[in-house]
Ligand binder design. Structure first.
Ligand code: ADP
Ligand code: MG
Length: 247
């Protein structure tokens, strides 16, 4: 059984079926990429999976648990984290404070057993370790205001915030959007490292990045998965070339 699976997902907006009976699964240590043209229903699917939108029909399971009706924060607690494309950052406070807040949000009052001084030290250490996981390190970077970081580094920080919950499954919605080639290459390497520890569902427009990262690719068009396969299968699939790559 897959670590994560969504089966028969349906979501309509009035008469439009934005998600039309979609099945998608992700195994441990796998990157499953979801591609498709604008309006295909990718963001809707991410919102259904992360719990921002209720499904009309379908089943979502994580590690054997039915999470279909759980609220978004309950899904995070169950092991499903999502990146929010930078909008999740507190831009007016420092990078280290963003990291500290993310850790506190997930650890609740666990630090209380230590006393204030140890609490501070332990929290700082965890915040630094979390930043280092995504390549955000060094005093000057950690003490900068989050909003002053280059776009690519803000994305890396956003991924770190999602990792604070120790997810089993990470949902990445266009992590390379708006990045230059150097920044994209850095995030590709970052995702390769993350895959050692979790399952990743990657929604991405940057085909270079998808071809480098994906173990499996599913192609979504008008709310339906029209085909799924390995990088080579998808690259050579005439249906895909017609609807997506050729456009
Ligand atoms: P993608 O992310 O692949 O570009 P979306 O999931 O954003 O696609 O959109 C899929 C379709 O659903 C589009 O036709 C879009 O206009 C429509 N849609 C998305 N969200 C809503 C909404 N809240 N209300 C009405 N229509 C929506
Ligand atoms: Mg979208």
């Amino acid at each position: 059984m897959s670590l994560f699976s969504a089966t028969g997902l349906v979501k309509s907006f009035h008469s439009l079926r934005a998600t039309d009976n979609v099945d998608i699964s992700v195994n441990a240590n796998e990157v499953h990429a979801l591609i498709g043209p604008n309006g295909a229903g990718k963001s809707t699917l991410v919102n259904l999976i992360s719990g921002l939108l209720p499904v009309d029909a379908g089943l979502i399971t994580l590690d054997g648990q039915d999470i279909t009706r759980l609220k978004a924060h309950e899904r995070v607690h169950a092991g499903l984290s999502r990146c929010f494309q930078v909008t999740n950052l507190f831009k007016e406070i420092s990078v280290i404070d963003n990291l500290r807040l993310a850790i506190q949000a997930h650890e609740g009052n666990n630090f209380k057993v230590f006393g204030v001084r140890n609490h501070e030290a332990a929290l700082n250490e965890k915040a630094r370790a979390l930043g280092a996981k995504v390549g955000i390190e060094g005093e000057s970077v950690l003490n900068s205001m989050a909003g002053s970081l280059p776009h690519g580094a803000q994305r890396q920080l956003d991924i770190a915030l999602a990792l604070a919950a120790n997810p089993k499954v990470l949902l990445l919605d266009e992590p390379m959007a708006g990045m230059g080639p150097d920044e994209s290459a850095r995030v590709v390497e970052l995702i390769k490292g993350l895959r050692q520890h979790m399952a990743i569902l990657l929604i991405e427009h940057d085909m270079e990045a998808v071809f480098q990262l994906a173990d499996r690719i599913s192609v979504l068009v008008y709310g339906k998965v029209i085909t799924s396969g390995t990088v080579d299968q998808i690259r050579n699939d005439p249906k895909v070339q017609e609807v997506y790559l050729g456009s």
